[in-house]
Design a protein. Structure first.
Length: 476
């Protein structure tokens, strides 16, 4: 019997339709309880007994399993937190112990490489040296190693103590092109046999004179150009091709010297050119270091006639000359020298005053507040004077000037005009950089703390520095 495909599809459609109608009828007959959202009790009674018991068992089992799963997850989470906390604590303890041991090892290695010794050759204990204690207390934590601090309360003498400066060592340099006079000059500065800007400038002039006496002009060369190239090589060797800088005053001197060399005529002979340079150097020393000091001293003596107590700081050759001249003029005054607790340069001035039997006192910088009440005038030296009126001086000068300004006491800065620098700077950064000749820390003193500048021209206010620089340029 053959049945077509259309008849099969029609029969299948009828079966699906009948099943759907039966399912809808059963759903309509089912009564749902509004409170529990479950079939009513009457409906459950109609259901087979075995089916009802099986459903209850499945519901009870599923709830118990859910509770057990939740408890297991909570216990697992708690265990993970406990393990993580223990691991974190152990890591911190090990890290702290490792850092402490590393710090101690570094310090021990550093002391082995660079041992400190005193003048007798014996090893000296550093002021803040960390040492391990062989015995540890019972309740001591291993993560924090025991540290014993030893303080060195002995005073340091600058004459015996070797300074650990960062300046280059000229004694170990191989310089075939540098003249022995310049090499000796740099070595003396490195050994601190030449102290102070004034002494450095005078020593440089003397070294250049010796160099000039041995200088010979190259054949077929003009003296001005050849000498400029040769002197440039000498200066580059001392500054390591510009890596280090000269002091500000010496830099001024070198610029003027180069300008004088360039101005030599091309037709000048070697002997005549050397003679002109010798005369210029002698005149420079006489004008700026002999006659200038006499003029500055004469100006200061007029201000010191009614002065009983003079306060100064550290050591400066200009201030020393003024005090000695005032004593020779039979002026009665008392000098109190304040000194830095690091450099101790004021001892040299006190020694000179004691030899001349001049009444003087000596103290540290920390006593400036007490001594300023008795003071009538503050007389200070400097290394350079900038074009904005700011003064470059040793560390501690600004503190004295500040206390004097607050106490309404005049502050005089004694300096030659050769120390006037055409440079503007209002902060100390860069001033105290280590150069190749002087390892002295400097600072900048503002112009409002300075009463006047005592120069060989006259007593000037700090605001007159640009006018002096302009006048010197016109004269040259």
């Amino acid at each position: 019997m053959n049945v077509s495909n259309g008849d099969k599809k029609g029969a299948l459609y009828d079966q699906v339709k009948d099943a759907k109608e039966k399912l809808v009828a059963e759903i309509e007959n089912l009564q749902i309880d509004d409170k529990t959202n479950k079939p009513s009790s009457s409906q459950l009674k109609k259901m087979p007994e075995g089916l009802n018991q099986t459903g209850n068992r499945q519901d009870s089992r599923s709830r118990e399993e859910i509770k057990m799963e939740r408890k297991a997850k909570a216990a697992e989470t708690k265990a993970r937190k406990v393990v993580a906390a223990k691991a974190k604590k152990t890591f911190k303890q090990n890290n702290a112990l490792g850092n402490g041991e590393k710090v101690l090892e570094k310090r021990v290695n550093r002391e082995r490489e660079c041992p400190t010794s005193d003048g007798t050759g014996q090893q000296r204990v550093s002021p803040f040296k960390l040492m391990k204690d062989p015995g540890f207390p019972s309740g001591f934590r291993s993560s924090q190693p025991f540290r014993a601090v030893h303080f060195d309360l002995t005073t340091k003498d600058t004459e015996k103590e070797e300074s650990s400066s960062k300046q280059p060592s000229f004694s170990e340099m191989i310089t075939p092109n540098i003249h022995p006079s310049f090499l000796e000059f740099a070595s003396r500065c490195e050994a601190k046999r030449i102290v102070g800007v004034d002494a450095v400038c005078v020593a440089f002039v003397q070294s250049f004179k010796r160099f000039l006496s041995d200088y010979v002009v190259s054949p077929n060369q003009v003296m001005s150009r050849d000498l400029e190239q040769v002197i440039r090589q000498q200066l580059n060797c001392m500054t390591e091709n510009g890596k280090y800088s000269f002091p500000l005053v010496l830099d001024n001197l070198i610029k003027q010297l180069k300008k004088e060399i360039i101005q030599l005529p091309d037709s000048v002979s070697e002997q005549e050119g050397k003679g002109r340079l010798y005369c210029w150097l002698d005149d420079f020393l006489q004008q700026n270091f002999e006659l200038a000091l006499q003029a500055i001293s004469s100006f200061c003596l007029k201000k010191m006639k009614n002065t009983v107590f003079v306060l100064t700081y550290s050591w400066c050759p200009v201030v020393e000359r003024i005090i000695l001249d005032a004593h020779n003029d039979k002026l009665l005054f008392h000098v109190h020298v304040l000194d830095s607790p690091i450099e101790y340069k004021g001892r040299q001035l006190v020694k000179t005053l004691c030899e001349r039997k001049i009444p003087c006192g000596y103290g540290m910088l920390s006593s400036v507040g007490y001594l300023m009440k008795q003071c009538h005038m503050v007389l200070l030296g400097c290394s350079a004077i900038l074009s904005n009126g700011f003064v470059v001086a040793e560390r501690g000068t600004s503190q004295i000037a500040l206390v004097a300004s607050a106490s309404n006491i005049p502050v005089l800065i004694a300096a030659q005009t050769c120390k006037f620098v055409d440079r503007v700077q209002s902060f100390s950064h860069g001033i105290h950089e280590v150069n190749n000749l002087m390892d002295e820390r400097k600072e900048v003193v503002t112009a409002d703390l300075i009463t006047a500048l005592v120069t060989e021209l006259r007593i000037l206010p700090p605001s007159s520095v640009p006018a002096v620089l302009k006048a010197k340029q016109l004269d040259s």
